[in-house]
Design a protein around this ligand. Structure first.
Ligand SMILES: [Cu+2]
Length: 153
């Protein structure tokens, strides 16, 4: 009596294994693979640039007419300083919000996920040439622009 039961169990085990493997293959080819191919391959030099580029939201930035994002319209260079860090050095919460919805092919959507409280930072890795005008959501008179260029050497 015990022999048929165990061979039956063995059969079920084998089927489960085959089903499991098929599911893995289907998952790999239809979900994992396209996802990994969709991401543009970005050179290590761009993923890990030589240095960061810093933009300060300066003290008093909230007041119209004052300096706000400093430097205000910089040009940065891929492989050199294409990772940008905004730091809120003002005593009011601000945002870094693109004027028009904007995406980097590798890093995705640009813009601080919420407000930057005093002392907070927002970092973004730019991986392709682009030009991004941006502003502060609660204080739309605060505007800046970042231009990303390919390296020339
Ligand atoms: Cu603001």
């Amino acid at each position: 009596m015990s022999a048929p039961t165990s061979s039956h169990a063995y059969g079920i085990g084998l089927i489960a294994l085959i089903v499991g493997m098929s599911v893995s293959v289907v998952f790999y080819t239809s979900f994992y693979l396209p996802e990994s191919l969709a991401k543009p391959s970005v050179s290590e030099h761009i993923l890990y640039p030589e240095k960061d580029f810093f933009i300060d939201i300066v003290e008093g930035a909230v007041i119209e007419g004052n300096e706000n994002y400093v430097p205000n319209k910089p040009t940065i260079t891929l492989e050199l300083d294409n990772r940008v860090v905004w730091t809120n050095k003002d005593d009011t919460a601000h945002t870094v919000t693109p004027d028009h919805r904007h995406e980097d092919g590798y890093s995705g959507e640009f813009g601080s996920p919420g407000v930057l409280k005093p002392g907070d930072t927002y970092e973004f890795l730019f991986t392709e040439p682009q030009e991004v005008p941006y502003h502060c959501q609660p204080h739309p008179w605060m505007t800046g622009k970042i231009t990303v260029e390919v390296s020339r050497f």
